[in-house]
Design a binder for this molecule. Structure first.
Ligand SMILES: [Zn+2]
Length: 275
């Protein structure tokens, strides 16, 4: 069974030094209406959005932020048909195992992975959990874990509890903003989901904030408009607070906030065009 612990009781992440490199990853694609990614956007216009993640390399060790889909769920026609019963939703995973392959391309070793950070539990972000060993915890907010456990319908909550169930998996639960390691901080950006979080990575000379789905697109940040959906309809104000927080960070010198699903955002586009 999965082991669940509080971050406060968990061993520190097996990292040394500070972040030295951020490796952008594009692990799949999904057609999404603009209205889902941008409150007030068009329901007619659809974007082919990248499903993104990132590896953060430290002087010793590295962490993963999000993990795309579990490719096995998409490759098996029966599982796929049973899982993705949403109108107009056609997730795409490129050949191979994009997460495993891109980590290898980046020259990173799985054994040196200290842990995986999860922005939120939607199934286009949870695909790393299948690869984790007991000494590589999955870090999520306690409120997100409560949401996973209690959502009345997995389908309506866009998550699969299966993704969080395997004997080698340890989940460590965070409460709000947490300093995870030198130069790595979890930021409470609840709203899109009850325990959504973003991550600030202090690289040499600049800070990158990985927004997760608190900002699908750069437009969310530039216009200070949240994404179009919240898991709990009562959380719209929280989503506004989250995007305000991210836009304020983006306005700081030497700080960039990266949206999770923007096909035009250069770090993601460069991967797509370069391979
Ligand atoms: Zn999401």
């Amino acid at each position: 069974m999965t082991t669940v612990v509080s971050w406060a009781d968990a061993a520190p992440l097996a990292l040394a030094g500070r972040p030295v490199r951020l490796v952008p990853l594009v692990l799949g694609f999904e057609p999404i209406s603009e209205a889902i990614s941008l409150r007030g956007g068009s329901r007619f216009r659809h974007l082919l959005e990248p499903v993104t993640a990132a590896a953060v390399e430290f002087e010793r060790g590295w962490v993963l932020i999000d993990g795309g889909f579990d490719p096995a769920r998409l490759r098996d026609p029966v599982r796929r048909a049973a899982a993705f019963t949403y109108e107009n939703y056609l997730p795409i995973v490129p050949p191979g195992d994009p997460l495993v392959d891109q980590i290898a391309d980046a020259g990173l070793e799985w054994d040196a992975l200290a842990g995986a950070l999860l922005s939120h539990a939607h199934f286009d972000h949870t695909g790393a959990a299948r690869l984790l060993r007991p000494h590589q915890p999955l870090l999520m907010q306690r409120r997100e874990w409560d949401h996973v456990r209690t959502a009345p319908s997995e389908r309506d909550a866009f998550l699969f509890r299966d993704d969080f169930e395997h004997p080698d998996l340890t989940i460590a639960l965070l409460d709000g903003d947490v300093e995870l390691a030198a130069g790595l901080r979890a930021l409470d950006t609840a709203g899109h989901t009850p325990g959504h979080q973003s991550f600030a990575v202090g690289l040499p000379g600049r800070t990158v904030v990985l927004a997760g789905d608190a900002a699908d697109l750069r437009k969310n940040i530039e216009r200070r408009v949240p994404t179009g959906s919240t898991a709990d309809p009562g959380h719209e104000e929280l989503a506004v607070r989250a995007i305000e927080r991210l836009a304020d960070l983006d306005a700081q010198a030497l700080t960039d906030v990266w949206p999770s699903h923007d096909p035009e955002w250069a770090p993601w586009r460069e991967i797509v065009e370069g391979r």
